[in-house]
Design a protein. Structure first.
Length: 124
């Protein structure tokens, strides 16, 4: 089926492929690793910051880790959570979006009259 020449070529191909992958990994991880840019949420566009707030509130609703939520929100303006929540209440966003935001704001020590109905709806 295969003679010695073909087997030798196949062996050299596999060795070359393994060396190529190994060299590429070495260069990518050791010689020229990816440099992280400043990825602060404060540098995001406003609509992305709002989505970041929403996702932070959703994550907090799932894991209940208030310290982690505070850490995630630390680089944003202190009143951004309240402003976004109040604006979205005025826009009539869904309860699925507003309840986690209102609960996070409450647990961070902020509660407004507009948030109260969403806190009651989200209560167990």
């Amino acid at each position: 089926m295969y003679d010695a020449v073909h087997m030798k070529r196949l062996l050299w191909f596999i060795i070359g492929l393994a060396l190529g992958v190994g060299l590429a990994l070495f260069i990518g991880w050791q010689v020229l690793p990816v440099q992280r840019a400043n990825s602060s949420p404060a540098l995001l566009r406003r609509d992305y910051q709002e989505e970041y707030l929403r996702l932070t509130a959703a994550a907090y609703q799932v894991d209940g880790d208030l310290a982690r939520a505070q850490q995630r929100l630390a680089e944003l303006p202190p009143d951004s959570l309240v402003k976004v929540t109040e604006r979205w209440i005025a826009q009539g966003k869904s309860d699925a979006i507003l309840i986690p935001l209102a609960q996070l704001a409450r647990d961070l020590g902020v509660s407004t009259p507009g948030m109260q109905p969403y806190l009651q709806r989200g209560a167990p």
